[in-house]
Design a protein around this ligand. Structure first.
Ligand SMILES: *[C@@H]1O[C@H](CO)[C@@H](O)[C@H](O)[C@H]1NC(C)=O
Ligand SMILES: *[C@@H]1O[C@H](CO)[C@@H](O)[C@H](O)[C@H]1NC(C)=O
Ligand SMILES: *[C@@H]1O[C@H](CO)[C@@H](O)[C@H](O)[C@H]1NC(C)=O
Ligand SMILES: *[C@@H]1O[C@H](CO)[C@@H](O)[C@H](O)[C@H]1NC(C)=O
Ligand SMILES: *[C@@H]1O[C@H](CO)[C@@H](O)[C@H](O)[C@H]1NC(C)=O
Ligand SMILES: *[C@@H]1O[C@H](CO)[C@@H](O)[C@H](O)[C@H]1NC(C)=O
Ligand SMILES: *[C@@H]1O[C@H](CO)[C@@H](O)[C@H](O)[C@H]1NC(C)=O
Ligand SMILES: *[C@@H]1O[C@H](CO)[C@@H](O)[C@H](O)[C@H]1NC(C)=O
Ligand SMILES: *[C@@H]1O[C@H](CO)[C@@H](O)[C@H](O)[C@H]1NC(C)=O
Length: 461
């Protein structure tokens, strides 16, 4: 047995030994009757160990028994047909040869010493802390030492699952396997194990493992921003940042900002999908074109989506009457004003330009009482047109003094008339009741009243 991983020195020794065996075997045909045995035959010893080698023969007249070896040897005894040596510092595989003479013929015997030892170092190369799902990565295991190499196997593992099994070749031996990162690999523990199988030699199976290495995998997608492109100052509006196919969604960090102002986002997740909702109120200083930013960070990587928004302010319209309640004949000024970019139209009269006011004047008349004035404000921003309106009502005071005196006069006359009528009525009643009383007490009045009765009585007869 010539193991492939022998050191140059050991190689030379075995070559010399083999040559010796060939040269010495040819003439000694008679000697083979009593072969010279080397005990133990082809032993396997731990690296650096020592070994007792016994050259023994049944030849009755064996002479000059000796052991040829490159190893340090120490005679430990001899007897009839045997001589023993203690070999020490067995660090590599080697061949030992016993030789001697039997009845004048040279006799030889050989044995192969195999050393065994577990690797001094088994190490799995560091893995990236985070790896995108779908990306390939390489597991690289480095094995230093370990013998016999023909019986040494390197196994790459995910948890307990074998990913690859390869022989250890070279010093140090390096074994690699390419793995496609999956979601299953998130949090998985990878390791490397060496197996020195000496069970057929009756020594058992020696396992050595590397320290495990953890991997975290992730999937990151571009955020989607849902926000109105036109936002009014001092009003609340919401920004939705939608993320789909995130893994592991629970570890994603989402940030929503308006320009460089962070917004307070509420994050809701449903499986791999995540929605960050922020409510924002822009201040007057933020008027103009701004950017809404949604930024997601996961696995040391980040994705960002920006969207331009126009923040506008729409003040007004403010519709004013110089006098809300005006006496008839006074001059009333109606004014409509609004913010800097706003165009106003007051009862069809447009302002000269945005930010200018619209005005109209009138001499209050009776017809203007309860007249409504309507102001329409229009703001144009980045393709958006907004309208707002306001209306105001004018009250006019109109019972001028002449009308009042006529009215008063009429009332006085009416009052007098009523008083006279009442007096006349009361006096009339009194007169009639007086005559009645007189009537009852007198004799002459019934006479006068009887006269027509007589006439009536005469006519039918
Ligand atoms: C060597 O072998 C012989 C014969 O088998 C035996 O008698 C002797 O004790 C052995 N010597 C040692 C040191 O084991
Ligand atoms: C990943 O490795 C597999 C083989 O293991 C190969 O077929 C594939 O093309 C590799 N993918 C990338 C992105 O390198
Ligand atoms: C150990 O190595 C020897 C020599 O190469 C070989 O014959 C044997 O099958 C190996 N045993 C194992 C378990 O690998
Ligand atoms: C953000 O929201 C949290 C809880 O909803 C609240 O306690 C905090 O005051 C808010 N911060 C700001 C700046 O609005
Ligand atoms: C995302 O936000 C974080 C925190 O504000 C910041 O550190 C990071 O640079 C941002 N990423 C990008 C791509 O802008
Ligand atoms: C509107 O009237 C108020 C008082 O009534 C006055 O303070 C304000 O300046 C007026 N605005 C305009 C635009 O005339
Ligand atoms: C209002 O009346 C005055 C005089 O009474 C007149 O000079 C002015 O032109 C009138 N204004 C309007 C708007 O009619
Ligand atoms: C307001 O003015 C705009 C243009 O100036 C016009 O298109 C719109 O119809 C007006 N609205 C009303 C209610 O008058
Ligand atoms: C004036 O604005 C109100 C809302 O503020 C709206 O309901 C109404 O229709 C508008 N009127 C006109 C005439 O545009």
């Amino acid at each position: 047995m010539v193991p492939s991983g022998l050191l140059p020195g050991a190689c030379q020794t075995s070559l010399i030994s083999l040559l010796l065996v060939c040269c010495l075997l040819l003439p000694g045909a008679q000697g083979q009757q009593f072969p010279l045995r080397v005990e133990p035959q082809d032993p396997v010893v731990p690296t650096g160990g020592s070994l007792l080698v016994n050259c023994t023969t049944n030849c009755p007249h064996a002479e000059l028994l000796t052991l040829e070896t490159s190893l340090i040897k120490k005679p430990v005894g001899n007897g009839m047909g045997w001589t023993a040596f203690q070999l020490s510092g067995v660090t590599g595989d080697s061949q030992v040869l016993c030789s001697g003479y039997c009845n004048g013929s040279q006799v030889t015997g050989s044995s192969s010493i195999t050393v065994y030892g577990v690797p001094e170092r088994v190490e799995l190369a560091p893995l990236p802390e985070w790896l995108p799902v779908g990306e390939n990565f390489t597991l690289r295991c480095r094995v230093e030492g370990g013998a016999p190499r023909t019986n040494l196997t390197v196994v790459l593992l995910r948890g307990e699952e074998e990913l690859s099994r390869q022989p250890a070749v070279g010093e140090p031996a390096e074994v690699t396997a390419t793995v496609r990162a999956g979601r299953d690999d998130h949090g998985a523990s990878f390791s490397c194990r060496t197996e020195l199988d000496l069970r057929p030699r009756g020594l058992g199976l020696f396992l050595n493992s590397s320290a495990p290495r953890q991997l975290q995998t992730f999937a990151l997608t571009m955020p989607l921003l849902d926000v109105s492109p036109l936002l009014e100052v001092e009003t609340s509006w919401s920004v939705d940042c939608i993320l789909t196919g995130l893994f592991p969604a629970s570890e994603a960090q989402v940030q929503v900002a308006l320009g460089d102002q962070m917004l307070n986002a509420t994050v809701e997740s449903h499986g791999d999908n995540l929605t960050a909702t922020a409510t924002a109120t822009a201040s007057a200083e933020q008027e103009g074109t701004r950017q809404i930013v949604c930024n997601v960070t996961l696995g040391g990587d980040s994705r960002e989506t920006r969207k331009n928004v126009t923040i506008y302010s729409f003040l007004g319209p403010i519709l004013n009457l110089s006098e809300p309640t005006a006496p008839e004949g006074t001059t009333v000024t109606v004014t409509c004003a609004a913010g800097a970019q706003v165009q106003v139209t007051l009862d069809g009269i447009s302002s000269a330009g945005p930010g200018q006011l619209a005005q109209l004047q009138l001499n209050a008349t009776e017809e203007d009482d309860r007249r409504s004035f309507f102001c329409n404000a229009t703001l144009r921003v980045d393709g958006g047109i907004f309208h707002r309106n306001r209306s105001v009502q004018l009250r006019v005071l109109y019972r001028n003094p002449i009308a009042v005196s006529i009215g008063m006069g009429v009332l006085v006359i009416l009052g007098l008339v009523m008083i006279f009528a009442a007096l006349a009525y009361v006096f009339g009643m009194k007169k009639r009741s007086d005559s009645y009383h007189v009537n009852q007490g007198s004799t002459w009045l019934p006479l006068t009243s009887k006269q027509p009765n007589e006439d009536v009585g005469e006519e039918p007869s």
